[in-house]
Design a protein around this ligand. Sequence first.
Ligand code: PBG
Length: 339
Amino acid sequence: MPNSTTEIIDSVTGSRRLRRNRRFDWTRRLVQESVLSVNDLILPIFLMEGDGTEEAIGAMPGISRYSVDRAVKVAQQAHKLGIPAIAPFPNVALDKRDRTGSEITNPDNLICQFVRAVKSKCPDIGVITDAALDPFTDHGHDGVLDNGIIVNDESVAQIVAGALRQAEAGADIIAPSDMMDGRIGAIRLALDEAGFQDVGILSYTAKYASAFYGPYREAIGTGGLLHGDKKTYYVDPANSEDAMREAELDIAEGADMLMVKPGMPYLDIVRRMKAEFGMPVFVYQVSGEYSMIESAAANGYIDGDRVMMESLLAFKRAGADGILTYHALRAAEKLNAAR
Ligand code: PBG
């Protein structure tokens, strides 16, 4: 009975053999469902004061903070590679941080300086700015701290003021990452009243109270400042219904785009948000995800480039329209080389 195994397999599969489509590179290419392209990538850039300065970030191998002039060069490099947009995050001098994050309202703060510089030297790259207060507060929280409580409405007022300064500087999209209630509607109203109808809002809709943000806090210098955690305003990692309610509100308040953050542990949220709301959904592959891939690769445990590309493709498969990733430059280089 030389064919018995074949007969058994055919009898259970009904002759359906899924490996046929995987047989050749060309069949695999023909049946491939999700495609990652340079057009999907958003590059976060860390800013610092100074001129001609670059400082390596210990917890994020391969990533630096840059003075505005140098950061503009990075933006130009991203633009050359075809990356559609960048997202600056500032490491603000400690003496400019206070309880209410008032430096965010300074029209000449680090973010605004950078936005003006990049818009004059590289106007065609999208600039997406964060209006959360954490880079500007002396306690590292995203809002105003009052007797141990992050007070919602005062925080929103400050976030709105910051968003307006960013729009005036030339930001294309405001992306508040603070999770205060009502901030999307308040920002939309203020932008419209100030004549910024065309400035968009990318809401950090489902931002989870995650331990994956650790390296980022070193990058912007909030790690040593932050006491306690952000559980009273970020979403509980146990919850997905809460994230859907956040999306409903953000859409009603006028968000143009939604975001899920972190990325890889929350692919189910990306999938659900895309399916339930049909809005543009972005995902943030955060610092901890980046550093896990980089450190495992540096130890030779994984092939860093392949894991990087696989993780980015997984976001597309889950339904993401765009991906904020510290790997954007390297991924773009690989995608361009493969064309
Ligand atoms: C805070 C903010 C965080 C990140 C960007 N803005 C989270 C935090 O520090 O709590 C995380 C980004 C990353 O980890 O890559 N508004």
